[in-house]
Design a protein around this ligand. Structure first.
Ligand SMILES: NC(=O)c1ccc[n+]([C@@H]2O[C@H](COP(=O)([O-])OP(=O)(O)OC[C@H]3O[C@@H](n4cnc5c(N)ncnc54)[C@H](OP(=O)(O)O)[C@@H]3O)[C@@H](O)[C@H]2O)c1
Length: 333
């Protein structure tokens, strides 16, 4: 595993991290606590030292499992969590604004769930653009940083515009964005600014919810409790969080074309090559694939050690994006 400096934090994080939305046990079907703990242990044995979670993943379940794991491991692990959606889920609308009390409660709950005295990274969890524009949400996190309850803060965003707004604040140390072969506008419109401002970049949904692993066939039916069933067209939340916003059957067709360019083999899988494509952009601090199985986590971690893709391959993937992918992307971007 290779490690990259995480923006202004100066901390070295693994270039392959672990996403843990899956551990909530809600939007990806059931996942047993024991299996989640095994995935955490195997990831860390593979060199992973960066974990992404959120307070709303299973309403604290993901954080609590990570908290349990932190007690079991001797390794130094950097955990990033998120806030801002609990207030929304209570009645499905956004609060008029976030208050000190709301943020205090959210941070204190995450601290308790994770069993730590201070959060390594707290991120606004895709809150509305207007709230980012007002800047008040950022000042609230600055307040809790001064109090020592959080060490760093950043923002998970839905669009490039939002990422650029967040990076205008000098206190913003990371941007988490949907970034994969289906979302190449990030390469040209966001990464250069992040690099200039020395802001860390976390690439989420790097496998387009598993689609870029190349394992699905057209017409595949996902289980009822899986967001790939009920949010494939954005019925429940931002369509981009499911298959990166590409209609599923179209995505399967495109993945076949990507396979012809990346040429997966027995030794190097399509998922590893898709992660490698992201890692070839050195502005990215860490890719954070989620995993429902131990083998996935182990295999994904190996994307760090496979060779970079050639310049020619990158050009072909860019051309494919312009002609075959960009017209099909849906949702905020
Ligand atoms: N708004 C936000 O801030 C936000 C939104 C989304 C995600 N995130 C974060 O980003 C993380 C990553 O995104 P994501 O989990 O949504 O999408 P992802 O990483 O693109 O896809 C993860 C899924 O792909 C499948 N998979 C993983 N590795 C595989 C492999 N090697 N071979 C075959 N299939 C594999 C697994 O599902 P199956 O085995 O079930 O197919 C896994 O659950 C999340 O866990 C979360 O921490 C944040």
């Amino acid at each position: 595993m290779k490690y990259r400096t995480f923006g202004k934090t100066g901390v070295k994080i693994s270039e392959v991290g672990l996403g843990t939305w899956q551990f909530g046990g809600v939007d990806w079907g059931d996942i047993q606590e024991k299996d989640a703990l095994d995935i955490l242990h195997k990831s860390v044995e593979s060199g992973v030292n960066f974990i992404d979670t959120a307070d709303v993943y299973g309403m604290g379940r993901s954080e609590k499992i990570i908290g349990k794991f932190l007690k079991e491991t001797k390794e130094n692990i950097y955990v990033a969590t998120k806030l801002g959606r609990r207030e929304r889920t209570s009645n499905n609308t956004w609060p008029a604004k976030y208050t000190v009390d709301m943020v205090k409660r959210d941070i204190e709950d995450s601290l308790r769930n994770l069993g730590v005295d201070s959060l390594f990274l707290e991120q606004w969890h895709c809150i509305p653009t207007e709230m980012l524009k007002s800047g008040e949400a950022f000042e609230l996190l600055e307040t809790f940083k001064k109090k020592g309850l959080i060490q760093h803060w950043g923002c998970s965003v839905e669009s490039i515009e939002e990422g650029l707004i967040c990076m205008e604040h000098p206190g913003c140390e990371s941007i988490q964005v949907i970034y994969n072969i289906f979302r190449q506008k990030v390469t040209t419109d966001l990464l250069p600014v992040a690099k200039k401002k020395n802001v860390g970049v976390l690439a989420r949904v790097p496998l387009a919810s598993g689609l870029l692993s190349g394992k699905f066939k057209k017409g595949y039916k996902f289980p009822e409790k899986d967001h790939r069933n009920y949010n494939a067209d954005g019925a429940a939340f931002n369509v981009g969080e499911t298959f990166a916003g590409i209609p599923f059957d179209r995505g399967v067709e495109i993945v076949e074309k990507i396979k012809e360019i990346l040429k997966p083999s027995e030794e190097i899988t399509m998922a590893q090559l898709a992660l490698r494509w992201i890692l070839d952009h050195d502005e990215v601090s860490s890719v954070i694939p989620g995993a429902t199985k131990i083998e996935q986590a182990i295999s994904n971690a190996k994307a760090s050690s496979i060779p970079s893709l050639s310049k020619q391959v990158h050009i072909q993937i860019e051309q494919l994006y312009k002609t075959e992918i960009e017209p099909y992307i849906r949702g905020k971007y």
